[in-house]
Design a protein around this ligand. Structure first.
Ligand code: NDP
Length: 269
């Protein structure tokens, strides 16, 4: 209806091929930290694209509500990604209950805003443990099986803090930069085994995490908006739709990439 009358329209077969390329029908995905914020919207978009999605997190009430909101295609499991010894068992439990995992989204993450000189070893280690060590351990547990099956997609949720010097997030930036490095190595090692590995790098997205950071500094919100060419913050759904694309066959030739979803922040400050 939007095309000009003399333009050729896609054939039903062409349209079906297009829809199939972007569809996640029949796929099984695991989204860590999927009970809230960006993870919840990634899970929602993936179920809307046809996937069955397992969400994890530490708080059962949050996961229960999220599962309710997501509907029958979602399930939840309580799991703390920082408990590295639990992660092989988590994947085993998911695969023996629901079948082989097609997609892993390493979304769970924490942040803390503090000037570098005030960050203790414990605080630094806690952020690195959650955002980096746990991501590697879970990815290894999952990828071992994906490589064997010669099929799978792994997504990391990075941050523009990996690209730019943003004040007061020293441990967070270190963890996300390391994840970006890991994406390239894993993509290289797994590309011959049918497993793709990519990162999504969100800009300022409105969630509990970013609200906490904004509220801790009254000027930060206006500064953040000034630095965003599109002039508004992103919504968790914006990351969700991009995650569906990268997980789908439409992105079958994309690996080792980091995709900014940031309203133009990455054009440069
Ligand atoms: P939220 O704080 O809103 O959500 C984080 C989620 O991760 C929660 O569901 C939390 O659940 C879960 N989580 C935290 N620690 C653990 C753990 N140890 N084990 C299991 N689950 C855990 O954050 P966002 O949605 O904003 O962030 C999601 C991802 O996006 C993070 O990796 C973040 O770094 C990244 N990101 C966010 C940006 C933003 O602007 N919001 C910008 C750039 C990147 P629970 O506490 O119940 O365990």
């Amino acid at each position: 209806p939007n095309g000009r009358p003399d333009e050729p329209v896609p054939t039903p077969a062409g349209q079906a091929a297009h829809e199939q390329a972007f569809s996640l029908a029949g796929r099984l995905a695991l989204v860590t930290g999927g009970g809230s914020g960006i993870g919840l919207e990634i899970a929602r978009c993936m179920t809307q694209a046809g996937a069955t999605v397992i969400i994890t997190g530490r708080r059962e009430e949050v996961l229960k509500d999220a599962r309710q909101a997501l509907g029958a295609r979602a399930q939840y499991l309580v799991n703390d990604v920082c408990d590295l010894a639990s992660l092989e068992g988590l994947i085993e439990q998911i695969e023996s209950t629901y079948g082989p995992l097609d997609v892993l989204v390493n979304n769970a993450g924490i942040n803390m805003k503090k000037p570098a000189l005030q960050v203790s070893d414990e605080e630094f280690a806690r952020i690195i443990h959650t955002n980096l060590n746990a991501v590697f351990a879970l990815t290894r547990a999952c990828a071992r099986r994906m490589v064997e099956r010669r099929r799978g997609v792994i997504l990391m949720i990075s941050s523009m803090a990996a690209y730019y010097g943003i004040d007061r997030v020293v441990a967070y930036a270190a963890s996300k930069s390391a994840v970006e490095g890991m994406v390239k190595v894993l993509a290289s090692e797994f590309s011959a085994h049918g497993v793709r590995v990519n990162a999504l790098a969100p800009g300022f997205i409105e969630t509990e995490m970013s609200r906490t950071a904004m509220n801790s500094d009254p000027d930060r919100k206006s500064r953040a908006l000034r630095r965003t060419p599109m002039g508004s913050f992103g919504q968790p759904e914006d990351i969700g739709r991009a995650a569906v694309f990268l997980a789908s066959d439409a992105a079958r030739y994309i690996t080792g990439a980091s995709l900014p979803v940031d309203g133009g922040n990455s054009i440069g400050f």
